[in-house]
Each structure stands twice: as C-alpha cells, then as structure tokens.
Design a protein around this ligand. Sequence first.
Ligand code: FRU
Length: 484
Amino acid sequence: MLIFNQGKYKSLLAAEEGELDAVAALVATDQDFRPDYHLVAPFGLINDPNGLVFDGEKYHIFYQWYPYSAMHGMKHWLHYTTPDFRQFTLAAPLIPSEMFESHGCYSGGALPLGDYIAAFYTGNTRRSSDNARIPYQNIAVFSKDGKLLDKYPLVTCAPAGYSEHVRDPKPYVTAEGKVRFICGAQREDLSGTAIVFEMDNINTPPQLLGELNLSDFDNRHIFMWECPDLLKIGEQDLFIWSPQGKQREAQQFQNNYHSTYVIGKLDNLDFAVEAFAELDYGFDFYAPQTFAGLDNSQSAVMLGWVGLPDLQYPTDEYGWHSTLTLPRRLTLKNNQIYQTPLEQYYPQKLTALSLQQATELADLDRRYLKFNPQNNEFTLQLFANPQGQHLTLSYQNGVFCLDRSATEQTESMRGLGEQRYCAIADLQQVEIFIDRSVIEIFLNDGEKTLTSRFFIKNRQNVLQSSRRLEIESAVLAPIAYLAE
Ligand code: FRU
C-alpha cells in the first residue's frame, strides 16, 4: 500500500494529525449555505456520483471526493449505503493507494455480484518520466456491508486510436450474461466518443469491442464524452452521457459542459436514436448516473452532480464545494425523460398561501413550493437581504427563466451568464425544492428541470410575486448521516 503525498495529489492516508479536523472546523463556520437534505461531503469537494448500485437490500452511493479543500485534487470515492435514500451510513471509501490509481480514483459505475459489489473505476495516473497521463480501468470489490476486499487493474492504457482521455467505465450485463463496460473517450483526432469492453466475468481480461454508434447525433465540436450510462426503461433503451464542447444555444446547452440523453433501440453497439435532449436547464448540473442497467426494465433512479467542472463557488472559502442532486426517478412519456424526486422527498402535508405582496414564509430556504401558473406569465422573487439580493423565477412567452444576477457569484459563475432559459409549452405546474444554496425546479411533473446553486447571505425568507399565485408549501426534513 502506497501513501501518495505530492502537492494536490495527497491521499487521505497522508493526513497529518488534526488536518482533517481543521477542514471540518472551517466548514462549520459556514452559517448560510450548507444544505439540509442534499448529500454533501463532510468537507472538501464533491463531484460526480459514482458506483450507484442496489445490492439486493440497500443502495450504495459513492461520489468523487477531494477531502482537503474545495479543489479538484486527489480524487477518492466516498461511500454511503442507504436503505431508503433518507439515512446514509458511511462505508469504506476508495482511497488511491496503488500505482494503478496514483493520481486519483476517477469516476465509474458498479455491478451487484452475489455477495459482493464490483466497482469499475478509472485509475488516473501520470508516468513519472514525462508526466503523461495514463488511464487505467480498474475494479474494486466491496462486500455488501461496505468493506473493501480487493482492487486490481483491468486495462492498463488507452487503446490504440484514442488519446489519454479514456475514463468513467459504467458496467452492465448483456442478455448473454457477459459483463460489458462503456467508457467515455476521445479519439486521436480529438473528437468525443464512447468505447465498450467485454469480459466473460470480472476475473477475465476485457476485450475492446468498439465504439457505441449513435445514429443521427451531431458530434460537431465535441471533444470528449464523459460519464456514459446505458440503461433500459420499459421497452426503450437509453444512453445518458456528458459531452464536452457542444455549442451554446439561446435556450439550451447554456453551461460550459452539458448532460444529454438519447432514447431509442440498442443493438449490440448500434444505437438507433429516436429522440435526443438535454437533461437539465439549470446553472449547475453535470455527470449524472443511474442505478439502472440494461437488465433493469422498470424505472431508473438517477443522481447528478449539482456543479460543473472549472467553477468556483462562494463556499470554497469555507472548505466545501457542491452537492449531489436529489435522487430522481426517471420515467418516459412522449419519448422524453421525465424526472421527479423520489416519493420520500415529498412532504406529507402542504400549507396554502395566497401570494402577492412580499410575504415572509418561515424557513423558505428549506421548503418545497408548488403552484400552477395556468400557463400565464409570472415573476416570482425569492429572498431578500440588505444588499438587495434575491433570486428570480419567471415565465413569459413559453420560456421559463431562472435569474441569479442579483445573488452572490464568483467570477467563474458570472462568466457563464446570469440567466438560464427553458422553453416549455403549456406550463401547468411548478415545483421547487429549496435547500439553502441549492434549488431544484421541476416543471410540468418533471418534463423539464432546472438545477442550480444560489448564494444569498443574511437572507430574509421573503417571497413576492407579480400577480396572485396560489402556492402550497412545506418545510422539508433533513436527511441523516450515520457513522459506519
Ligand atoms: C466529470 C469528470 C470525469 C472524471 C472525474 C474526475 O466531472 O471529469 O470524467 O472521471 O470527473 O473527478
């Protein structure tokens, strides 16, 4: 076992006495922004959800984690198990400790295998002679009760024809019982793609089968595909992934990087695309993954990262960065994904409020709100503070808008624009989950979603609307973190 400790490539094992307690103490000084019911790391930086798997009794959730500060340093996988998505028990993390993961345990997925779960992940490594990046694809075997039993490399370099950017293996089982995993990749000509490997079982060497061929997908400008995920919902096949480089449009692809999906029919490596869309229209959403695979035909539960690569947030100075989304159930309607938080996140009982003038609503910053604008225009302002800050939601001419120009932002946030637009015809329902610095908005039963961070300190819990809105709301309960 190796203890890596080189600048930001520092593993948990290299923590000096009191060092992590100091980061935790810094996080505790954040009085304004720590969410109550979204999964946050105890300290440090979260990015992608990883290794999402149901082991027959409970769910395993891992995520990309850098413990020491709010930066993208040495990536670990922090690990929780949960029976119900409300109580999360800490389990064994994945800590880089071997040469095949010397510069971080990057993203991946997991499979249930009898009494074990097998987590597939990318070992990020740098060759010492010239610092070249060498991507390994590895397996870590965990017991169902969350102990790490073994880890070993499967693939020790990028295959011929691809650059050093090959990562994020998501495993699935074929109808013939073979284990396959799909990785995001960059071709030598610097275009993005996904490649599929196959193995008889997790102890045999994988063979590269080839690329996933998406019929009819405009791959212009796209230089990398990250975090691929293949799954089935009912009779339909889906491919969810995070392409990098798509050009910005007025009402979609408004961030630096995007998460997208196609629905259609998968035949071996050929995906006949019937529909393509962006998954979320908010400021901060990336790298989603599901618990599903190609053998799961009912519904899929998805988690995403409420964040984007290359962004700083105002909470960085408190030693923490980002959260995961609420677990969302994906269903299909009209050849489109609908997303709704799991039932256990909905409040039991709602209180009615007939809103127009500025109205104080206790604990607005951890509330669920619901109203029906009946497809009419509205402008709704949330919060107020002495600096004149607030968050604005509006709907006009078939376009919903989230405006965070009057909130605290870092330069990198502002650089990506201050409004997010989402075209939606016939707006009949708006549902909002607010969690202190996170807002998830679901339109028309999850037909469209907008996921974002927002930062308003010393806020008054005030709501104001341009016209009368009949709002139903409730304060949401915190989730529980349990020790190992
Ligand atoms: C996506 C990503 C993945 C990579 C991981 C590293 O956000 O860049 O492609 O595995 O983050 O943390």
